[in-house]
Every structure is written in C-alpha cells, then in structure tokens.
Design a binder for this molecule. Structure first.
Ligand SMILES: [Zn+2]
Length: 279
C-alpha cells in the first residue's frame, strides 16, 4: 500500500479509466509501473461499493465544458474582422448621440456648386470668427438650441427665453419667434428701401444664407444675416429680448470696426453697409 501512496493511487478515480470503469489488473500494472498481485487488486476493487462506482461514472460522463456566450456588438461578433475600429467608433457615436443630424440631408435642396458656395464662401467674409462659428453651426444643424441639447444629452431644458411658450429649436430661435420675426422684417424693409430686392428671408435663407444674382447684394445680405444671427445668439445668452434698434447699433459698431480693417473684403463690406445709412 505504501507503494500505492507513492504513486499517488489514493483515490478510486485513479484506478478507473476515462469512462469510470475499473482498470484490468494488467492495465493497472502497466499504467503505474507496478506488479500488484491479483489477490491484492481484487481485495481493493471488490470492496468498492457499486453505488460509488456508478456515481463517479455519472459524474465523468456528464462533465460539460462551460461555454461562454458570444460577445456581439450590434449583431457583429466581437472577434469578427468587421468589428474594426471604424465600426466600433460608428456604433459608439450612434449610441451616445442618437439624434445626430446628417449635414448632407440638410443641403439636399441645393446643387453641388451651391452647396460648395454655402459651405465655403462665408469663411472669407470680414466677420469675426465667433460670428462664423454660429453660422457654421446653423448651416450644419448643430447649433446647441435647447431642443438640440435635450435630444442629444437628455438634459431638462427650458422653453424659448423670448416667448416662453415654444420649444426652443434652432428654427424657432433664429426665425420663428415673434420678436425675431420683427428683426428680420425690419432688416428686409431696410434692404428693400435700398432697392435690394429679394424674397422675405425664409428660414432656409437664415440658416444657410442667400444666393442672389447680384453678387454684391449677396455679399452684403449674407454678412448681415451672419451679424444678425450672432446678435440673436448673444441675446439668448444674455436672456434679453432682441430689438431692431439694438441690432442697428450692433451693425453700426461692426461698420466702425470694418473701417479700421485694411483688407479688400472689409473695405467692400464697409462701403456697402454705409449705403444703408443706419445712423
Ligand atoms: Zn420664442
């Protein structure tokens, strides 16, 4: 028996095969390199209760290899080559920002050259970068209006600060709100009185700018749209109500700044704004 202990034969399982059957003597002797007698072997094996043998057999036959569930992202296996960085990034963006807008959809009413004009022309305008930033955000429908913030970040937000009755969407803030409509109407009347004929500024015009046959007029009107939008944006942060007289002062201030800029575009815009005779 000491020999058995040395050879680690201390459990019934050690004298069984993989299916739970007791080894034949010669198999046992070969496996453990021993020469156990038939009498000794029988003495041991015959004293093992059959119920215990059955129990071990059942255990050996029912061993299941644990299987982990496949990890999938958006129905794609994590180890699949399709699940690359680009795919993961897109998935995260779609999950974290479900209300993302596609700028290609916003510009679907324009042809290719118009889209290029809308997207690039204003970049050379002699207006401060902050003004251009607001214009850029409205063109791409990413201006952080209250509705936009609620949709993207699920924040609780207030209604429009001007009328308090409407949800503050970008369209409402820059175009639809009554006080803002008055601004655009006054600006439109001013331009009409200087023979700059154009349709009343629509929501789309305000969002993207206008495309006119007369390029000088187009340049003036688009700059004024940008200045006005920046003014509306400023009023929103100051929680003040926009007014035509205050906007005229903003334009006059801007006109004085343009006078000091030694740049062809600034000179051109200055000359055009002077013709409006705001003061
Ligand atoms: Zn409002």
């Amino acid at each position: 028996m000491e020999d058995w202990m040395e050879k680690q034969i201390w459990s019934i399982v050690r004298i069984m095969d993989g299916s739970g059957n007791i080894l034949e003597l010669d198999e046992f002797n070969t496996q453990y390199n021993t020469d156990c007698s038939i009498e000794t072997y029988k003495k041991v094996t015959q004293n093992i209760q059959s119920a215990l043998i059955q129990l071990i057999k059942n255990n050996l036959l029912n061993i299941t290899i644990p299987r982990l569930h496949k990890i999938k992202i958006d129905y794609v296996d994590l180890v699949n080559e399709k699940c690359n960085n680009k795919f993961l990034r897109q998935y995260l963006v779609n999950t974290l920002y479900p209300g993302r807008t596609r700028s290609t959809l916003i510009l679907r009413d324009f042809d290719k050259s118009e889209i290029s004009t809308i997207r690039t022309k204003f970049l050379k305008f002699p207006v401060p970068p902050k003004y251009k930033e607001i214009h850029f955000k409205t063109i791409n429908n990413i201006y952080p209006s209250n509705k936009f913030i609620r949709k993207r970040f699920k924040f609780e937000v207030e209604n429009c600060h001007n009328c308090s009755t409407n949800v503050e969407t970008t369209e409402h803030l820059f175009h639809e709100c009554e006080t803002v409509q008055n601004l655009w109407r006054s600006l439109h009347n001013l331009l009409s009185s200087k023979s700059i004929n154009m349709d009343f500024l629509s929501c789309q015009n305000i969002q993207m700018g206008v495309i006119l046959k007369n390029k000088e007029n187009e340049f003036l009107v688009n700059n004024l749209i940008i200045v006005t939008k920046y003014y509306i944006h400023k009023c929103r942060f100051a929680k003040s109500s926009p007014s035509w007289s205050a906007l005229k002062n903003e334009i006059l201030l801007f006109q004085r700044c343009l006078k000091k800029i030694d740049n062809a575009q600034a000179k051109k815009l200055y000359a055009l704004i002077v013709t409006l005779q705001l003061s």
